[in-house]
Ligand binder design. Structure first.
Ligand SMILES: Cc1cc2nc3c(=O)[nH]c(=O)nc-3n(C[C@H](O)[C@H](O)[C@H](O)COP(=O)(O)O)c2cc1C
Length: 155
């Protein structure tokens, strides 16, 4: 079956991050709010990835919203994390008290979620999470959408 129709769904791009004994991060796009009360979001994470494994243990995650026109941030977080004193992969950051993951100071802002339940169907597990905080860091910036990048992660 031709599944390119699925590419019509619109997504933002996020640098998702969790800290445990090590800090892990991944570029993801499959994130959506599902409930007002309580405020729930679903996040689909590929099975057998570091972020999937560490989120199950830590139970909190930070999602950094990538700004419009800034696909360089996305590219920078395709690979492993390289920390200097105040930057990670070339971007200034601080560590989230809730998730232990990275908060990117150049992002539009970030949200933080707490894991409620994992549904294991398909090749990505669905993490049902509660919104537990968030902050706009750069009011003038708008979120990047996957349509405005060279990538698809759907279909
Ligand atoms: C544009 C784009 C969007 C992505 N979206 C997701 C996503 O929503 N969920 C996911 O699990 N992986 C997504 N990935 C894949 C992850 O970035 C990456 O493959 C995975 O986290 C690798 O983890 P590992 O280093 O532990 O193997 C996406 C990749 C790209 C290029």
């Amino acid at each position: 079956m031709d599944r390119t129709g699925l590419r019509l769904l619109t997504y933002g791009l996020y640098v998702a991050s969790v800290g445990g004994s090590e800090i892990v991060a991944a570029v993801i796009n499959r994130v959506s709010q599902t409930s007002f009360n309580p405020p729930l979001v679903v996040i689909a994470l590929k099975r057998d990835t570091s972020i999937n494994r560490v989120l199950r243990k830590k139970r909190y995650m930070t999602l950094n919203v990538v700004p419009e026109g800034d696909i360089e941030i996305v590219k920078a977080f395709f690979g492993k994390l390289n920390f200097t004193e105040d930057s990670v992969n070339g971007y200034k950051y601080r560590v989230s008290e809730k998730s232990g993951g990275i908060i990117l100071l150049d992002s539009v802002g970030y949200i933080e979620v707490e894991l409620v339940e994992v549904v294991e169907t398909g090749d990505h597990d669905v993490f049902i999470c509660k919104y537990v905080g968030g902050e706009i860091l750069n009011e003038a910036k708008r979120p990047l959408v996957i349509w405005d990048t060279p990538w698809y992660y759907g279909g």
